[in-house]
Design a protein around this ligand. Structure first.
Ligand SMILES: Nc1nc2c(ncn2[C@@H]2O[C@H](COP(=O)(O)OP(=O)(O)OP(=O)(O)O)[C@@H](O)[C@H]2O)c(=O)[nH]1
Ligand SMILES: [Mg+2]
Length: 248
């Protein structure tokens, strides 16, 4: 077999490399910490840890910036990043997108925290804006549900209950029951920090910066772009409207 044919034969077995994201679709990349239940167990405050939260926000910021996203959302150990339908980084190659996004998240978190971690990555596709709104409402509802469960579980554990007993107490219980349980322990769920209950959003904002133009020898005001970290996201319908405004 000559070299060209051999080269072609071998390359053709890189079977998935030609896969491209559907043209014209909205794209969300979601990365998720691998084995973070175990990783966080001895290192971070439960159910929420400010330092862990800070590192996740910085990781989300790195993804938003490096991949040219328009919105990033983080809750627990996951980060979703949204891209417009005409986004064409890496020629929309699926393998490139999932591997590089996982790599950026893993490297950034590892670098900032000093602990070696891995993230997995997946792609979600939306055919229109209403699906994008649904996607982010879905992840925010997950954040709220996990926050309530996490607070209940760790409140019981800290009060001396075993893993099995705390799990059994909460099994199949309603939201009202869980709110009441926290209340009995002196915790008002709705008064907990918003970022814990609703997650955090990151998006681009313009700001004005003044500087000195040495050529014209005068003060000038220029418009710059920066990432805003929003720790006070609205919820439910107001969050739908917030996302709809962001992608209009
Ligand atoms: N202590 C602590 N743990 C957190 C915090 N935020 C997220 N976690 C942990 O991160 C875990 C994320 O859940 P999953 O992604 O479902 O679990 P995982 O162990 O990462 O499993 P895989 O993603 O399937 O690898 C939660 O179970 C929490 O234990 C935090 O602020 N403090
Ligand atoms: Mg995880």
């Amino acid at each position: 077999m000559d070299n060209d044919r051999f080269e072609h034969k071998m390359r053709s077995l890189e079977y998935f490399h030609s896969l491209r994201l559907l043209p014209g679709a909205w794209v969300v990349i979601r990365v998720d910490g691998r084995g973070f239940s175990r990783f966080t167990e001895s290192r971070f405050e439960k159910p929420f840890d400010l330092e862990f939260h800070r590192v996740m926000v910085q990781t989300a910021s790195a993804l938003l910036e490096e991949l040219h996203g328009i919105y990033a959302y983080t809750e627990s150990d996951e980060i979703s990043v949204l891209f417009r339908p005409n986004w064409d980084l890496f020629d929309r190659s699926l393998e490139k997108i999932v591997s590089i996004s996982a790599s950026i998240a893993s490297a950034t978190f590892t670098h900032i925290s000093g602990s070696v971690v891995n993230f997995d990555s997946r792609v979600w596709l939306g055919v229109d804006k209403s699906q994008v709104v649904d996607y982010f409402r879905w992840r925010q509802a997950d954040a709220t549900r996990c926050a309530l469960n996490g607070w209940c579980y760790w409140t019981l554990r800290k009060a001396g209950e075993s893993k099995r007993s705390a799990t059994a107490t909460l099994e199949g219980q309603s939201i009202a029951f869980k709110n009441e349980l926290l209340f009995q322990h002196g915790i008002n769920f709705n008064a907990l920090p918003t970022w814990q209950r609703r997650g955090v959003g990151l998006y681009w904002e313009d700001y004005e910066k003044s500087g000195f133009d040495p050529v014209r020898e005068q003060e000038v005001v220029v418009t710059r772009h920066r990432i805003k970290v929003d720790e006070e996201l609205p919820m439910k319908e107001a969050y739908d409207e917030f996302i709809a405004r962001l992608i209009k």
